[in-house]
Design a protein around this ligand. Sequence first.
Ligand code: NAD
Length: 327
Amino acid sequence: MDKQQAEEQILALRKKLDQYSYDYYVLDNPSVPDSEYDQRLRELQELEAQFPELITADSPTQRVGDKPLEGFVKVRHTIPMLSLGNAFNEDELRDFDRRVRQGLGDDFSYVCELKIDGLAVSLRYEDGKFVLGSTRGDATVGEDITGNLRTIRSIPLSIAEKNTIEVRGEAYMPHKSFLALNNIREKQGQEPFANPRNAAAGSLRQLDPKIAASRNLDIFLYGVGEWRGKRITTHSGRLEYMKELGLKTNPEWKKCNSIDEVLKYVDDWSKERPNLSYEIDGIVIKVDDLDQQEELGYTAKSPKWAIAYKFPAEEVLTTLRDIELSV
Ligand code: NAD
């Protein structure tokens, strides 16, 4: 392919992906399955890798999420809320492990977590009080959705840590709430939500908190932003400390000392997934030691010390069908 052909394809792919992203992030109403989006994004990444001079700052490969919605107060994140690099198979996970090993040698551990399919949010606590809750938005600027997040009962409004901390995680809609909500919507002649993620995002981006309150959302916290609290040196230590503070973390995380252990965790959860009461779309793997994380660093879009393994698309459909049949 010559440069001109590549440029034409690149422009066409960007246009498509921008439209998909707008439908997904701004309207909370995806027009194509995630697998289609991921596939097109990969194609664009590959073309841009062949012709790096055609990469532009506004390319979907360089961006996280989309612009915040009008109507909400904007929040500038003190530390950006990045996305994660993706792996779609065992080889890509082994490649990630090789890159980590090149940077750190052999002396490190991973933490594996379930990848919750919801909306990334940040919760800020000052003087032990929940003062600000925001969406990720485009990674640097999100939306103030404090009123809506306060309706999630598992979010404590006060905690025992008095120094300023920000904790980050995924607000999600449990299957039970999702099916109940779509049932009501269908009875009222409204269009059902495509999936629990879009239902959660749609509920939290309503200007009236009464709507979010009626939707029975929940949260799992898995990371931090600005942190002036107790000094902690590992990601697993952070998860334990958050739990101690009453900040809800997912109990299924596991420390793994080799990529083979990681692959076993991935395999086990691919099978266990239909038995969960909430939706997951993959597994997140993170280097545990925080100094080692810093050593590996970041790309513009994601940390180099973590990766998201995505479950194959067919499984998503089977799982959703199974759930509907079993409720
Ligand atoms: P991502 O879903 O690939 O992964 C990163 C996100 O995972 C994090 O930002 C965080 O929100 C979440 N996450 C869940 N559990 C986590 C954990 N334990 N630790 C850390 N993070 C965790 O990236 P993204 O940038 O959020 O979004 C891209 C996704 O959106 C892709 O799945 C893509 O298919 C989908 N998408 C779909 C369309 C469409 O039209 N269908 C359009 C745009 C994007």
